[in-house]
Write a protein that binds this ligand. Structure first.
Ligand code: URA
Ligand code: CA
Length: 434
């Protein structure tokens, strides 16, 4: 086979065979196919797209490029969840114990935050003592014992994706639905999931800025998952304003605990119940999404989900008293600044990515992969879209261990718009299932 023939085939919008895709990804991973040829075909894919079969074949070729986690020693259907990345998105901290509490094993590998979006692993590290590195044996044992464990990504999963993503980043080929869909799905499949729930975000804080694009991506991923034997569902959820009230690692742990106690913000609680219903249903709980949801609601109310959270934290070395003595146990910021409304009205927009970037500048996030983060830093929103405010009301509190720059305060203020009235936001735009 010659790469030039594959490039020309794709350039003329012809379908690549499974053998051709396997050969290409293998050659690219082993570096017998150079970056310039791969970038040419990525651009042809960017313009011409890929058929359903090509997308599934590309996904599985990327999976085959590296290690695959074998979770077969864990009893039950292992359901994983993926979010395309948001601001203040604490759902995994809540969903992992909540879904485990109805008996579905959650063996989760999570990442760290970058730029305006946060990462689950950083949040968990805000709990003193919590460690995110478990050996494969410990990981499997924990899930079998407690139904839940969350670890950082390790091992050589999907090396072809790492190379291809870096190449796309510098060749203008990131924003291609088949390339994004195969990139995300390959990582979930290589991590050993039997079933996958996807939270595709849309709005200012999201990768997909509008619902149409998000839907196209979600449909492509659901189709890939189901075509390769992994039951997959997706939710298209709003990320025009940050999720919940807290943005920042320690602050989000506190918010997750409140939510597990049944006192969480409305939007965060609802999204957890919607995603959790899909995870539980795919994991075999209930005969419908509604039945699965009822079981989850019960366990939020009766304290079972919170109890599982405590066991989960303890089993990974974390201080379990964080549940009762949240304020004392979590890291505290040396500096605190309030942002006040300068006129009365209704909050009409809270620009998610700008708030996320402000939190990053306070120390809650990473500017580059190697930046160090401040686990106590972040933004707490006292008001959300639709809330009425009077001049002088506190809109947000900023936390940091660094002196808080006046510019950050201004950024928050100009990105929380106060008008005479506000359009209500839709949290869940669509549910995609096959
Ligand atoms: N996230 C991924 O993991 N891959 C992409 O291609 C885009 C976003
Ligand atoms: Ca939040």
């Amino acid at each position: 086979m010659r790469m030039i023939d594959l490039i020309e085939k794709k350039q003329h919008n012809k379908e690549l065979t499974k053998q051709e895709i396997d050969w290409m990804i293998k050659g690219y991973t082993e570096e017998s196919i150079p970056e310039y040829q791969m970038s040419a075909i990525a651009m042809a894919i960017y313009f011409n797209g890929m058929t359903k079969d090509e997308r599934s074949n590309l996904t599985m070729a990327i999976v085959a490029s590296g290690e695959q986690i074998d979770l077969s020693e864990i009893a039950g259907i292992k359901v994983d969840k993926h979010s395309t990345g948001g601001v203040g998105d604490t759902t995994t901290l809540i969903l992992a114990p909540l879904v485990a509490s109805v008996g579905v094993p959650v063996a989760k590998m999570s990442g760290r935050g970058l730029g305006h979006t946060g990462g689950t692993i950083d949040k968990l590290e805000a709990i003193p003592g919590f460690h995110v590195e478990l050996s494969k044996e410990e990981f499997i044992k924990s899930v079998n014992r407690n139904k839940v464990a969350v670890v950082g990504q390790s091992g050589n999963l999907t090396p072809a994706d790492k190379k291809l993503y870096a190449l796309r980043d510098v060749t203008g080929t990131v924003e291609s639905i088949p390339l994004i869909a195969s990139s995300i799905m390959s990582k979930k499949i290589a991590s050993g999931a039997d079933a996958i729930v996807l939270d595709v975000k849309t709005g200012a804080g999201a990768f997909m800025k509008n619902v149409g694009q998000a839907k196209e991506l979600a449909e492509a991923m659901v189709e890939i998952g189901n075509s390769v034997g992994r039951q997959t569902m997706a939710v298209i959820s709003d990320m025009s304003q940050p999720l919940g009230n807290a943005i920042g690692n320690g602050l989000e742990v506190e918010e997750a605990i409140e939510t597990l106690k049944g006192n969480g913000p409305k939007d965060l609680t609802e999204l957890c119940l919607v995603l959790g219903s899909q995870m539980a249903y795919l994991g075999g709980v209930g005969d419908s999404l509604e039945e699965a949801r009822t079981k989850l609601e019960e366990n939020l109310q009766n304290g079972k989900a919170l109890e599982v959270f405590k066991v989960f934290v303890g089993s990974q070395g974390g201080d379990t008293s964080v549940v009762e003595r949240t304020d004392e146990v979590l890291p505290k910021a040396a500096n605190k600044v309030e942002v006040q409304a300068d006129h009365s009205g209704v909050i009409s927009t809270i620009v998610a990515d700008q708030i996320g970037l402000a939190a990053m500048r306070l120390g809650a996030g990473r500017e580059t992969k190697d930046s160090k983060i401040d686990l106590a830093a972040g933004v707490y929103l006292h008001k959300k879209v639709g809330d009425t405010v009077k001049a002088g009301d506190v809109l947000a509190t900023l936390y940091s261990n660094k002196p808080i720059d006046h510019n950050v305060k201004e950024t928050i203020k100009i990105n929380m718009h106060i008008e005479e009235k506000a359009e209500p936001l839709t949290l869940i735009h669509e549910i995609i299932q096959k």
